[in-house]
Design a protein around this ligand. Structure first.
Ligand code: ZN
Length: 433
């Protein structure tokens, strides 16, 4: 498949995934063609060697795995981890309020987005709603408005003369509510919003009990540049890594390798991973233990398997932008279209260490994939990933890699077309090793 086609598939995947709950549905949709079986955490599992399975926890984290045919103590778990969530705006429970003739939605900042990029965009809402069904069970369904619904209009420059010198600053409580509609005199804001959700989801308003809703950008992904060598979309951090890992797994040679293969995509990375379904929760450890139990392992064999295991923590890296040379360490500039980036941080914000680093270099060389090395400026604090967390919880060797990306945490991020295919290629090499 051409590099461009691989990226087109990624853009389609992202555009079908306007929220972390939708991202998990999109992953699930890709598994169907490969005979993966859905497992329920409350049921007893009957895992067969070579069997293909997946588990979803609370709709927005998913672990996909292939039960190995080779002895687990010899191969260990070959794992790639990434995250399904992206920073942005989330709707507060009492969502709507009327002010000065306009109806606005109250929002809370989720994680660390570049807020200024949310202004003047064609925003909409996506997420899940929870309601009571005919049998009085609480169930959820996904909802997305699929059209521009909301907006955060900028202040005119005539009222904010210093914006180009000082940057756009937005007060999180007062200046982020999103405009939804004109406020009619008889309108009750909460009832209006409930009605809107009800119409979109086809669920009776009185049955809807709660919801999780994220703001997203309706603009689709595009290729850009003189030769279409770049692409842009929302949520590249980190749906691009989820997509790459999944494509590497869904390869016939990889699936037939006999190895125990795991893709773990977690929600809540952007807010620290500490939740029942985050990387700092029990989800991955619980699933790995059940895989080991099915392989008739004793407790000691499980620990031996972990000692033999490897986790690639895949998350995007900061591509060099020549307009801002001082933002980067001059000896660690990484460039789009020059291959995956190995991320190193002495203070363990990334999990890479010399041996895991060397192994990844070796896989790149075996796969004929170029690679780059990144270290953050020493006088700037560095972001982190799920790598150090999962590595610490499981005691598994790990490294952090990611493709170079411009404008991390903007609502519109960009990257290089060649890198996505490179990443898939080296991940396949790892899974088959
Ligand atoms: Zn990320």
């Amino acid at each position: 498949m051409s590099a461009r086609q691989q990226v087109q598939n990624l853009l389609d995947f992202i555009d079908a995934s306007p929220s972390p709950w939708h991202a998990v549905k999109s992953v699930e949709a890709q598994l169907v063609a490969y005979q993966f079986i859905k497992l329920d955490e409350t049921a007893k599992w009957d895992l067969q060697p070579g069997g293909r399975y997946y588990v979803i926890r609370d709709d927005s984290s998913i672990i996909v795995f292939v039960q190995g045919q080779k002895p687990l103590v010899e191969t260990g778990f070959k794992m790639i981890g990434a995250h399904t969530d992206s920073p942005g705006l989330r709707i507060k429970p009492n969502a709507a309020s009327g002010l000065d003739g306009l109806l606005r939605l109250n929002v809370e900042v989720y994680g660390g987005p570049i807020l200024a990029t949310f202004t003047d965009r064609d925003l909409s809402l996506a997420g899940r709603i929870s309601y009571k069904d005919d049998q009085n069970n609480i169930v959820s369904l996904l909802v997305a408005f699929d059209r521009p619904l909301l907006r955060l209009p900028n202040l005119a420059i005539h009222m904010n003369r210093a914006v180009n010198e000082e940057g756009l600053k937005l007060h999180k409580q007062n200046e982020l509510p999103l405009i939804l509609s004109v406020l009619a005199e008889e309108c009750l804001p909460q009832a209006y919003f409930s009605q809107l959700i009800q119409q979109q989801s086809d669920c009776d308003a009185e049955r809807i009990l709660s919801w999780d809703l994220a703001v997203y950008d309706t603009q689709k992904g595009v290729f850009w540049g003189a030769n279409n060598e770049f692409y842009a979309d929302s949520q590249l951090d980190n749906l691009a890594s989820c997509h790459a890992a999944l494509q590497a797994l869904l390869d016939d040679a990889v699936l037939e390798s006999g190895n125990t293969l795991v893709c773990a995509f977690f929600d809540h990375e952007e807010i620290g991973s500490e939740s029942n379904k985050g990387a700092d929760g029990s989800f991955l450890g619980d699933v790995l233990q059940r895989i080991a139990i099915a392989a008739e392992s004793h407790r000691e064999d499980y620990v031996r398997a972990l000692a033999q295991s490897f986790m690639i923590s895949a998350d995007m890296a900061h591509a060099y932008q020549p307009n801002f040379p001082l933002a980067y360490d001059p000896d660690h500039k990484v460039t789009v279209n020059k291959g995956p980036v190995i991320k190193v941080n002495a203070n363990r914000r990334y999990s890479t260490e010399s041996i895991s680093h060397a192994l990844f270099v070796d896989w790149c060389e075996q796969a004929g994939v170029p690679y780059q090395k990144y270290s953050h400026r020493s006088d700037l604090s560095c972001g982190s990933t799920i790598g150090p967390i999962t590595s610490a919880r499981l005691g598994v060797r790990s490294l952090d890699v990611g493709n170079p990306l411009w404008a991390m945490h903007s609502i519109r991020e960009s990257a290089g077309v060649l890198d996505h295919g490179y990443m898939i290629k080296v991940m396949k090499r790892f899974f088959s090793s």
